[in-house]
Write a protein that binds this ligand. Structure first.
Ligand code: NIG
Ligand code: FE
Length: 402
């Protein structure tokens, strides 16, 4: 099928072809006014100004882009989309002053979602991931990563990964998220089980493995053991690190050649320097910091130091019940002091790089996949400017209107 999005107020895309983008290149966005995007099948064939539009023959589906701006489909490289139940009760308690870490220590928090996720069953989990995928798409996310980590038993972990994969997401095995109750606080015994009984099958479904390296979760020695075993099984590596305290996540990630360290709210100057000198992407999750009332990650310092930075939602029921990357772009601009152009590149090109899909995703240019978000705005920077607004008018996914 040929699809022409015409008469757009603007087409905006991260410039160039490189990934990941660092430093000044992160803020370079090409903007065309009075423009079109032409899609052939699943790919973008051409992007240009209306006056340069060549005559088209054959059947062409046309979309009227007047008053709209086109940006690349957004890439959410960090979500926990596979969960049952909710944490609205805990949210209310936190609003009254209870802390996230206290609730976790008392068997609430992540473990309460583990109970609900185990109870959901495979069909329930599939329904949940589909529902979450549709929410994300409504906010312009055309590619999402989804982690397991709320099953923590063999069947529920594998069901979570299948549910993400079958919903079109990129599955990550977060086998080391928390110690499930049947292991009574013995993290090493739990890892013995997870690596022997779950990893061999998880490695056939997932692309990456992830670990929560934090006081009260897994320590650096346990994280190393888990990640090395996952690497040996062929998985790429990611870490939840420096969320509440620095526990050595960045040096470990650099040493093991991980794709990313995510969170970084507690990262100090040494961590910023180490990340900037490495190929590990720093994934910042400002909705999570906002939702928990925590300090924001040092995204400005990371970009200025030359680190590769990506922006994601952390969508999950406990620390970030937020599927909106546009809202994260607003937080990036207002809280992290990133320019709208830097925020855009961080949740397109750099997020696609974390998922090793930046050759096809994250830009509006010939040869890239025809994933397009049409913003209801006269200027593409409304993506960050319109705080919590209904900014997404339409999405195009693989050259089709869903
Ligand atoms: O990325 N920090 C660990 N895991 C999730 C939160 C999980 C939860 O609270 O359910 C996160 O914030
Ligand atoms: Fe997370």
């Amino acid at each position: 099928m040929t699809l022409l999005v015409r008469d757009l107020a603007q087409v905006a895309t991260p410039a160039g072809r490189d990934a990941p983008l660092r430093g000044a290149a992160l803020g370079e966005v090409d903007v065309l006014e009075d423009a079109f995007v032409l899609c052939e099948g699943e790919s973008i064939a051409a992007v240009g100004r209306m006056r340069e539009l060549p005559p088209l023959d054959g059947d062409v589906v046309e979309v009227d882009g007047r008053g709209l701006c086109a940006i690349p489909g957004l890439v959410d490289c960090h979500t926990h989309a596979a969960f049952g139940g909710d944490r609205v009760e805990e949210f209310s308690l936190r609003a009254g002053g209870a802390s996230y870490e206290e609730l976790h220590a008392r068997g609430g928090g992540i473990l309460s979602t583990v109970r609900a996720t185990r109870a959901a069953g495979e069909d329930g989990l599939r329904d949940a991931v589909e529902r979450h995928r549709a929410w994300m798409l409504g906010h312009g996310t055309t590619t999402f990563e989804g982690k397991s980590g709320y099953g923590l038993d063999r069947d529920t972990e594998l069901a979570s990964l299948r549910a993400v994969r079958d919903a079109g997401g990129v599955p990550t095995w977060l086998g080391a998220h928390a110690i499930p109750p049947e292991f009574a606080g013995d993290g090493d015994a739990y890892l013995d089980f997870a690596l022997a009984e779950v990893l061999p099958d998880a490695a056939r479904i997932a692309e990456a493995a992830d670990v929560f390296l934090e006081r009260g979760a897994f320590d650096a020695a346990q994280a190393r053991r888990y990640l090395e075993a996952c690497r040996d099984a062929g998985l790429a590596l990611r870490l939840h690190g420096d969320q509440f305290t620095e526990q050595g996540a960045i040096p470990l990630a650099v040493e093991l050649g991980a794709r990313s360290v995510d969170h970084l709210e507690a990262t100090g100057p040494n961590g910023v320097r180490a990340l900037a000198a490495s190929d590990v992407v720093g994934v910042v999750l400002p909705a999570s910091a906002l939702f928990l009332g925590r300090p924001m990650p040092p995204a400005r310092a990371l970009v200025d130091a030359g680190a590769a930075v990506a922006l994601a939602t952390d969508f999950n029921p406990g620390s970030a019940f937020c599927e909106s990357l546009p809202l994260c772009c607003s937080l990036a601009a207002t809280q992290l002091k990133l320019a709208p152009a830097e925020a855009l590149a961080a949740c397109t090109v750099n997020a696609a790089h974390v998922l090793r899909r930046a050759d096809r995703l994250g830009r509006l240019a010939p040869g890239y996949r025809a994933d397009i978000v049409l913003l209801d705005a006269p200027d593409w920077r409304y993506l960050a400017y319109h705080l919590g607004g209904r900014i997404v008018a339409q999405t195009v996914v693989g050259g089709e209107l869903p």
